[in-house]
Design a protein. Structure first.
Length: 168
C-alpha cells in the first residue's frame, strides 16, 4: 500500500510553508515519513522550495503551474502521467479562469486511460468522479479562496484508491 501527500498552490513565500509540509511528512519528529511520496499539482512558485522538497529524498511528482518562476519552467513538465501500484494518475495544474479548473483538467486528459487526475489552480478542494475517472483537486496549501487551506491524502492498494481532503 502507498500513501501519497497531495498538495497544490503552495505559492511558497516563507520557510513556514516548508515547515508545515515537513511536519505533515515526519512521523513523531523522527526521520520516518508518513507518506511514500508527494504529488504537487503546480504553483510551487520558486525553485528554492522545489529543491527543498527534493532534499526530503522521497519521490516527488510535480508539474509546472502558471505562477512558477523561470527556473521551474526548465525543471518541470506542464503535465505528467505516473503509475503508482496499479493506478494510473494524470497530474496537471491548469490555467485560464480558476472556475474552469476541472473542465480544463478533463480536456487535457480526455483521451488518456487514467484512473485518477490530480489538478490545482482553483485553490478550492474538490473530488468528483466522471465516468471511470476520479478528478481530485487538493485545494491550496497556503492560499485558499474558500475556507481553510487544504491538502489531500491518497491511499493506493493495488487498484484500490481512497482519497481524503484534510484542513491544514
Amino acid at each position: 500500500m502507498l500513501k501519497i501527500l497531495v498538495i497544490s498552490d503552495t505559492h511558497y513565500t516563507s520557510k513556514d510553508s516548508f515547515k508545515a509540509i515537513k511536519d505533515l511528512l515526519i512521523e513523531d519528529n523522527l526521520s520516518n515519513y508518513k507518506f511514500d511520496g508527494i504529488i504537487h499539482c503546480g504553483d510551487i512558485q520558486g525553485i528554492d522550495f522545489y529543491e527543498e522538497l527534493l532534499a526530503l529524498n522521497i519521490p516527488i511528482y510535480a508539474v509546472l503551474g502558471n505562477n512558477d518562476d523561470y527556473f521551474l519552467y526548465r525543471e518541470l513538465p506542464p503535465k505528467r502521467v505516473v503509475l503508482l501500484e496499479k493506478v494510473t494518475i494524470g497530474i496537471i495544474h491548469g490555467d485560464g479562469d480558476s472556475s474552469d479548473a476541472i473542465d480544463n483538467a478533463k480536456k487535457e486528459f480526455l483521451n488518456e486511460k487514467l484512473d485518477l487526475v490530480c489538478f490545482g489552480h482553483s485553490h478550492i478542494a474538490s473530488l468528483e468522479t466522471v465516468g471511470k475517472k476520479i478528478f481530485f483537486n487538493p485545494g491550496s496549501f497556503s492560499n485558499s479562496r474558500k475556507g481553510p487551506n487544504t491538502y489531500g491524502i491518497i491511499e493506493i492498494d493495488g487498484k484500490s484508491i481512497e482519497i481524503d481532503i484534510q484542513d491544514l
